[in-house]
Design a protein around this ligand. Sequence first.
Ligand code: PLP
Length: 383
Amino acid sequence: MPFDLTTAMQERAEQGLLRKRQVLQSAQARFIQIDGRNYLNFSSNDYLGLASDPQVTEFWQSALLTWGAGSGASPLVTGYSKAHEQLETSIAEWLGVEAVLLFSTGFAANQAIIKALLEKKHIQWHDRLNHASLQEAGAQSPARMRRFHHNDMDHLASQLEPETGLIISEGVFSMDGDQAPCAQLAALAKLSGNWLMLDDAHGIGVLGEEGQGTLSHQGVSASDVHIRMATFGKALGMAGAFVAGSRSLIDYLINFSRDYVYSTHMPPAQAAAIADVIQLVRKADDKREHLQSLIRLFRQRMHGIGLNLGESETAIQPLIIGDANQALSLANQLRAQGLWVTAIRPPTVPKGTARLRITLTAAHQQEDIDQLCNALEKGLCNG
Ligand SMILES: *Cc1c(COP(=O)(O)O)cnc(C)c1O
C-alpha cells in the first residue's frame, strides 16, 4: 500500500480534528436548513447577504440568456469575452487601479501571483496568520519564506532586505477579523524597495468608501500597494476572484502565470453578473451601515456578559475558546438551540486557539443578535 490513509484518519479523529461536511438543503441565507432543521446562520462569509438576494440571482439569470452557460476555453484561446473585459474595467475604475485579471477562485489567484512572480533569488515575508492559500503557494515557491508575528511591523522591519521580494498580508484577517496596518506595511515596502501584496478577501464590499475595501477604509492610496487580490465569493455573494495592479503586472501574469493560461475561464455570465453586483455593492451603504450597527450591538452585548472578543470591528467576530473539543461542544450546544456557528480548530488556526468563528451579515436582524448572545451566555456560564 503506497498510502496509509487509515492511520492518518485515525490520528485526526483521536485529536478531535476530524473534518466532516454538512449538507445544506437550502440556499445560503439568514436561515439555513441542515438535516431537515432550520438554523439561524452565523457561519457564512456572505457579509452583505447577497448570495441569495433576488436582485443578484436575477442578474445571473439574465446574463445567462446573453452569454450561455460556459466559457468553453482558457482565456488565451477563446474563453475571454466582452463580459470578462467589462468586469475587469469596472473593477479597475471602482478601485482606482490600472488593470485587473480574473480567476475562478481566490485560491487559484493567490497561487498564480506567488508562483509567477517569485524565483529562487527572492524572499517572501508573510504575516503568520496569512490565509492557507497564501501560505500554501509560498511553501511551493522556490523563494525563501519568512514569517513575521501577526501585524508586528517591528518584527517585519527586522527581517526585510532591500529590493529582494514581496511582503504579503491580508487586509482583514479571515479567522480573527482584525486589520493589517496598511499604511505601515506600505511605508516599509517603499522604504525597503520591496513590493506589497494585500489579500482583501474579507474587506472588499464591506469596508471603505463604496465598499472599496481595507485600503480605502484606512485612507491608504491604491497606488501604495503593488498587488491587490480579492474574491467575489464573500461579500459579493458570488464566486471567483481578481488580481489588481499595474498594467505591466497584469500583462506579465497573462504571459507567465500557468494557473491563468491553462485553466478554463470563469463563465462569461458569471462575470457579467458580478459586474452588476459591483454596481449594487458600490451603492449599498445601507447594508454596510446595518452590518456595522449589528457588529456594535453584538460587541456591546458580549462585553456586558464579560466576554472578550479581541479587536475586530468587522463582520468576523471570533470567540476564542482554546481547546478544540470545548469549542466543538459549545458549537453543538448552540446548534441544539437552532443557531449555526462553526468551531474552527487547528490546523486552520494556531494550536490552543480553537474558536467559534461568528460571522454577522447584513441579512441578520437585531433579534438574531439577541438570540445568539443569550445562547452564548447560557452556554458559557454552564461551562
Ligand atoms: C476565502 C479566501 C481565499 C480563497 O478564495 P476562494 O475564492 O474561496 O478560493 C483567499 N484568501 C483569503 C484571505 C480568503 O479568506
